[in-house]
Design a protein. Sequence first.
Lengths: 662, 144, 379
Amino acid sequence: MVETGHFALVLAFAMALVQSVVPIAGARTGDERLMAIGTPAAVTGFLLTALSFAALVTAYVQSDFSVANVWENSHSLQPLIYKITGTWGNHEGSMLLWVLILTLFGCLVALFGGNLPPTLKATVLSVQGWIGAAFFLFILATSNPFVRLNPAPIEGRELNPVLQDLGLAIHPPLLYLGYVGFSISFSFAVAALIEGRIDAAWARWVRPWTLLAWLCLTGGISMGSYWAYYELGWGGFWFWDPVENASFMPWLAGTALLHSAIVMEKRSALKIWTILLAILTFSFSLLGTFLVRSGVLTSVHAFATDPSRGIFILCILTLFIGGSFALFAFRAQTLAAGGLFHPISREGALVLNNLFLTTAAATVLVGTLYPLVIEALTRDRISVGAPFFELTFVPVMVPLLLAVPFGPMLAWKRGDLYAAGQRLFAAFSLALLAGIGVLLFIDRTAVFAALGIGLAAWLLLGAATDLVLRSGIGSVPAHVVWRRVVGLPRSVFGTALAHMGLGLTLLGIVSVNTFQGEKIVAMNPGDNIAVSGYALHFEGMKAAEGPNYSENRGVFDVTAPDGRSLGTISSAKRFFPARQMPTTESGIRTFGLGQLYVSLGDPDASGAMVVRAWWKPLVVLIWMGGVVMMLGAAVSLLDRRLRVGAPSRRRKPVPKLADSSS
Amino acid sequence: MTRKQKRLSVIAGALCFLGAATALTFVALGQKASYFYMPADLKAASVEPGQRIRLGGLVENGSIVHGKGAEVMFGVTDNKDTVKVTYTGILPDLFREGQGVVTEGSFRPDGTFVADSVLAKHDERYMPKEVAEGLKAKGVWQPD
Amino acid sequence: MWFWIVAALLTLGASLAILLPMLRARGPRAAAGAYDIEVYRDQLAEVDRDAGRGLIRPAEADEARAEIGRRIVRVGRAESATGPAAASRSGRLLASVAVLAVPLVSWSLYGVLGSPDLPPEPLSARLAKNPANSTIDELVARAERHLAAVPSDVRGWDVLAPIYVRMNRFADAANAYSTAIRLAGSTAQREAGLGEALAAEQGGMVSADAEAAFRKALALDPKDAKARFFLATAEAQEGRSDEAARSWQAMLDDLPQDSPWRGAAEEALAALTGKPPAPAAAGPAPGPTQDQVAAASSMSAGDRAQMIEAMVARLDGDLRKKPDDPEGWRRLVRSYMVLGRKTDAEDALKRGVAALGADSAAAKELDRFAASLGLTRTE
């Protein structure tokens, strides 16, 4: 089975080579037979990669330590779920997952691309083939997960205990679905540049694929943030760690792409810009892969580093990013410009959104790469952390967030800012009240908190206002409202949900940053502390054995501010003998939308346990907002507009134009 | 305004915004980037008390002292010089004597380094990159 | 065999997947513009829907319809440019190359990268097979699994502990001995074994922990040869040669003639009093490879001494040829110290520091290491 997987991987590489040459040759020469090879090549490539991945998972599940990768990252006593997730909890396995997802997307284009013009489809599949071939080659040359050991060791070295966690089961695959999903928009953009034309079907295709990738990336980032929050035991949810930034940049660029693709689809405008964004977004994804995989940056995610890998990925990076930008420079002017619009219009608002988002992505890029550049130039080692991003990213984002509710209120082509402002007056007043309320009733000194919460309320109420106005609540009878709500395009709900999700996340972030309570104390059994009104009574330490670790668990009784008993909360120090590695399991209890978070330290000089406890108000909203954004994307994906049939000979060639002249 | 003028004003506005963002970025880089030092580098560099830096090296053997409550004192060394660091909080799981560590904080006027974050490696096979390179450059540590 | 059949089938399938579309006849295809018109048709329908629902004003709807109409007209104008294309000769050539490339690339690349002869080795199957065919590692793993499931099986720990010592897994051995002691109390054998494992972990140096274990063993059984031998070794390592000599002599007087420890004690004594052949500390002491030393414990005493001497000599020779090896110098110094040849150890230290460069970090490290063995460099 192992060697079958290895062979399937090599065969998949051969298929990727065919896929990268033959269909595009067909498209350039107009040879239909050659173009037709794209579909089966993409499907077979995916099936072979899936077989290869299944073989690796099987080796992990069966603890086959004759596979070097399994030996390095698994242990026979690891719980089954972590044996499985261990498959992608390491460099080689995660790269295999990367190409698996890449070929999956290629396969989906091949299967559902019947309504695409054949030359476009063939070219897109070939561009996918280029990316696939490059990464297959990378895996086979520098990161082969199927390298064997003979004789086989009897026990593995175990997956890093920090990674033995359910969050890791979901986080990387979702993140990769996002990263790699943007390869579709990239392939479409490059195909359009090669073809020198943008078909009407182009925008209709790019938008749902971007949405899907964006949905997954949002989920991956949220999940990763939650994982860091509870697993690393620092109680923080975002560290501006270079690797987090690496996933955040494609998200920002992808968000911009999502919005400009709307303009492109609706109005055939911003074509060149959309293509540039598609290239940029996937370039950020590749850059992220490079930063994480090459080990040029220090991070949780940097697995054992190997310079040859870094150079290889750098070559891929240069080839694809440089190549696509060069292609853009040469071919962009061949694309016809699109429709015109007034600066104050839906299009204008979306351009503004793009401007802010790309600038935000640029500040993150500068902050992430600056230390690398400085080190290369001066040998000084510096780090750019949260203070930098608070000073640059936040000022760029705040005006954007202020502008968000206006976007959906403006009409296409020429909007009326004054009218939009009138409609948003209620939302604005309420948001202002929320901010003033914070100042008056919670904390008179918390000016930033008041502004932040006011902004979050503005986003939430603004999105709600859009829905209320469109459905006509308050202006038309109830049954009409219902008919209108049912009839609204799903994308309207999608927009409102995504913008509300943004508001929820912002609310969570502001609330945690300004109102969280924290205590660090040394406690003996029987001691009491209080955090933001929650009383903790330290019961004592309990020893226990897990499947592949032993633990020492500190148990605390929790009492609510109103005196109710809330049960217990516990945090553990675990020790994994296979790696001789200790970890801390934080204790987290959710009450309402806030969380009580307890983390154990080492005993102090007198033998008392050092305990760090937080009350984090509304912290759940940070990730709930992410989920709501994902929901918005999902609802938009279901919009029937995104389903277009393939042309058939029987239909009337030209639709009735009579309507348009009436 | 003609269409052309409108377009120009939009582009000018965008450029102004980009210029402001760029300026902000450079100011922030100048102020907020923190430099990384090993103990032996500190003599050559003039680090003011209160200036945020990152200090990396190995945790000196036998130097960890648990003080009152959650306060911990330890020495960060590169086998040439040693800096005393105090930190209040929970140390990372893989914080051990003789292991690589990166701390972030600033010097008090009396010369002790007060750290507000302490990072150790996340994996026992892995050493913080700056520390590994710094030690390699000083010939103290050989990667295997 | 199965693997080759599967590989051949996969290759065949992949080749067919790209061959078949080549052979299939194609119907006339829709012109590129037809796909665009399909999209515009859909957009018009959408405008109608929105207008019907009152989401956009009639004037806006008309404007939108007119705009889409203009796009349709533009497509109609470009339409005439597209013509049918036939399969060309070069196309057929390319397709044939592609079909051939699949087996060629995959089989040759796999030939370089793959290991088709290695069977998969799932752990459960390895542990379930007949013990007679198992390797020592597999047997030990089986015992470990059993002990993980039934950690209170004292006999299992007792059996496993000395095996660990043989396998040079000294930390595991120490753990096994202490577990057995925790479960079933001290016996002279367990305590002495624990001491031996701890000493072996330190490369033959009898640490305070090891010494404590040996003392416990001796308290339980004053005649325990292993404990007596190592306690004497500890005395010798601390430089109390007279006491060590007395202890070994006392041992020789007490031990029965057939005791396996006689030889070791005799040699140790001989080494201490300077008489050749210089013997070695028993147990898995120092040396270039631990395996050889472990093997030495099953040799006769004379052979063992010779072998250890030879290994130290070889290490010394290697370091003269290739002096840039801090770890090697440390081993050499330690070996001489454990062999009781202090002058040689001092000499090795001096040469090592000179070879590594007197001011280098590695030399300082070597100095520190030597100091920990009670050796200082004389300039």
